[in-house]
Write a protein that binds this ligand. Structure first.
Ligand SMILES: C[S@@+](CC[C@H](N)C(=O)[O-])C[C@H]1O[C@@H](n2cnc3c(N)ncnc32)[C@H](O)[C@@H]1O
Length: 222
């Protein structure tokens, strides 16, 4: 079994409503990655337009907010936490959003096996699990293998937007992104795609306990 996965499978807080949403709405908004050899993002939307990838969207509040703000973009959210997917499906349906699709999978598996090169205009990794203990650092998502794969699936000039409230992880991300020279720091906390980060649950929790929140934004030169 792999020990360096960036997540632990949890099903604990799957409410009946989330479970029902999962069953009923998944056929409409879900991309069944296990059944597909390749995922061609725009094949899953009614309108073909630039696609943004949100990795580990949690309860999906920011994903929903961005999709509402930007009907001119398509959004694909990837999450391993099924109750989170159930919750986001309910919100997508309630707000009649047609520009979001979700995938229930480990992003590493998608990057390695299912996604073609040059498909995303932007990628968001907001508040990835910090794995604070040194012995768990190998589980942190944002490190070389992930970043090399990400660079491959991003279009030239695409934007990578990272955010964290755990400063040791911020330093770790800066160090690891610097090793992948295609990512050029923009030295700004403003997303050039005008995808402003709405306050998420994790950010609010971080701020409440006195953590500083840092955005790291890179442009891909390849
Ligand atoms: C700390 S939460 C942040 C959620 C959200 N981005 C926010 O800002 O509120 C991190 C999320 O990433 C998900 N995650 C961790 N590793 C993942 C992976 N390899 N593939 C997909 N999702 C992952 C976790 O299940 C969790 O929901």
């Amino acid at each position: 079994m792999r020990t360096n996965r960036s997540f632990v499978i949890r099903e604990g807080r799957f409410t009946n409503a989330q479970k029902k949403a999962f069953e009923e709405l998944w056929p409409k908004y879900g991309i069944p990655s296990d059944d597909l050899e390749k995922i061609i993002p725009n094949d899953w939307f009614d309108v073909s337009q630039p696609v943004i990838l949100d990795i580990g969207f949690g309860s999906g509040d920011s994903l929903i907010s961005l999709a509402q703000q930007r009907p001119d973009l398509n959004f694909i959210g990837v999450e391993v936490y099924r109750p989170g997917i159930g919750a986001v499906l309910q919100k997508i349906h309630k707000q009649e959003l047609d520009n979001i699709r979700v995938i229930n999978a480990d992003i590493m598996q998608l990057l390695k096996f299912k996604l073609d090169a040059d498909v995303f205009l932007g990628v968001m990794v907001w508040f990835p699990d910090p794995w604070p203990k040194t012995k768990h650092h190998k589980r942190r998502l944002v490190q070389e293998e992930f970043l090399h794969q990400l660079a491959r699936v991003m279009q030239p000039k695409a934007i990578l937007h990272l955010a964290s409230d755990w400063q040791p992880y911020v330093k770790f991300m800066i160090k690891h992104v610097a090793k992948v020279t295609e990512f050029i720091p923009t030295n700004s906390s403003i997303n050039p795609l005008k995808l402003d980060r709405p306050p998420t649950r994790f950010e609010q929790r971080g701020l409440r306990i006195g953590h500083e929140v840092t955005d790291l934004i890179y442009q891909l030169e390849k």
